[in-house]
Write a protein that binds this ligand. Structure first.
Ligand SMILES: *Cc1c(COP(=O)(O)O)cnc(C)c1O
Length: 402
């Protein structure tokens, strides 16, 4: 195959159906940002909405909670995420952080199982070894207070073998944070359910960069981040999905006052709100929601199949351009070679990865380093151009050749 030239990339940018999205972002001058899978950049609409909320706060003070529907933010942004996750509007709420949502859902499954005649022998939770650590960390904490719950953290190839009649829940990350390797979400969901267990997906590294079909795939539960490919801002509120038919009986274990049926009745005894509103704990951080709302506005018109296609082309382009260094044995591809099996980022191993990432950043090419030797490059299709990938690849090649 002929190596792509910079002119080829310019041509691809000219015919890119997503090219106009770049102007919706406030990217710093002279920076090629290949780290949007860790923290997406500022959107123009986020700045506008934060300013609007500030104005409401300034003018209407406490009346804003009702006058400007601030309390409706979790459900409102859940509905905006529905097309992104392929779910119904009432199946998603936007609250808290990914870690906390993970705990809330796993704890709900554990609490519900203990009270169920059908499922009370299922007291094991299975998750994958070597994946993003908040998953096993949060589950470890849960097992500490739920004494009969056993947590098994096992390698990917043993996952399904570990799911049996004692398993309550399997918690998996759709796109691996290091390798970007994807699970087949529909297949894995069906396989876990066929063994009588429930599945909880962490979508932090896939939502916003590829179409998802949670309803169609009959996914039980899911959580994920607002600040990565969704560009919702540092520490953006996270989301939580529960399939509609599972909602009525799922208890909220972190039963905060705003998740109660009537928070402003200030009753002594907790009665859960209907549906996913019960998974709200406390007062929503309105300015953080405003940033996420601004970012999600972009997704209302986005064709996620086009986004996925471009993301795959960008990551394939980067891999192809770095091929000389991979063939020479200088770099080692740590992501699947096949674009279908790969999420939105590309990882490579390099003995001096940390230094290389620092040197690249000095020249305006921002990627990230993960120990011990991983270079990770996120390829968001919304604001990156093919020429950006070409220019970044040349810089990387120059540095690793020395
Ligand atoms: C980034 C990430 C998180 C982040 O969790 P927070 O609680 O929002 O910090 C969780 N899970 C995965 C798989 C991630 O990649």
């Amino acid at each position: 195959m002929r190596m792509m030239t910079r002119e080829d990339c310019v041509r691809l940018d000219t015919s890119d159906p997503l090219a106009e999205y770049r102007s919706q972002f406030e990217l710093p001058d002279g920076v090629i940002y290949l780290d949007g899978n860790s923290l997406g950049p500022v959107t123009r609409s986020a700045r506008r909405l934060i300013n609007q909320r500030l104005g409401e706060w300034q003018q209407d003070l406490i009346a804003s909670w009702r006058r400007h529907d601030w309390l409706e933010y979790p459900a409102k942004l859940g509905a905006m995420l529905a097309p992104v996750l392929g779910a119904k509007a009432n199946e998603i709420t936007v609250v808290d952080s990914t870690s906390i949502n993970l705990f809330k859902l796993a704890a709900a499954v554990v609490a519900q199982g203990a009270e169920s005649d059908r499922d009370n022998h299922r007291r094991r939770i299975v998750t994958e070894q070597g994946n993003f650590p908040t998953v096993p960390y949060m589950l470890e904490g849960l097992a500490r207070i739920a004494h009969d719950v056993q947590l098994d953290v096992v390698p990917r190839e043993r996952l399904l073998a570990e799911v049996d009649e004692t398993t309550a829940l399997v918690v998996l990350t759709h796109a691996h944070y290091l390798s970007a390797e994807l699970f087949d979400l529909r297949e894995m969901t069906a396989a876990v359910q066929a063994r009588g267990a429930r599945i909880l997906w962490d979508l932090s590294h896939s939502a916003g960069v590829m179409p998802l079909h949670l309803s169609q795939s009959r996914v039980d539960y899911a959580v994920g981040c607002g600040y990565k490919y969704l560009n919702g801002g540092p520490g953006a509120p996270a989301y939580l999905y529960v399939r509609e038919d599972l909602q009525p009986t799922l208890p909220a274990v972190l039963s905060g006052w705003l998740g109660a049926a009537d928070p402003f009745a200030f009753a002594d005894v907790y009665t859960p709100a209907a549906g996913l509103d019960r998974f709200r704990c406390g007062t929503p951080p309105v300015l953080a929601y405003a940033a996420l709302e601004g970012a999600l506005a972009l997704y209302q018109s986005l064709n996620l199949s086009e986004a996925r296609a471009k993301s795959q082309q960008l990551s394939t382009l980067l891999i192809d351009l770095l091929q000389p260094a991979v063939s020479a044995g200088t770099l080692q591809l740590a992501s699947p070679q096949s674009a279908v099996a790969r999420g939105g980022h590309v990882s490579l191993r390099y003995p001096y990865a940390q230094r290389l990432i620092a040197e690249l950043a000095d020249e305006g090419v921002v990627g990230d380093y993960r120990p011990p030797d991983v270079l990770r490059f996120g390829l968001s299709p919304l604001y990156l151009r093919y020429v950006d990938v070409w220019d970044a690849a040349q810089r990387i090649l120059q540095k690793v050749r020395r």
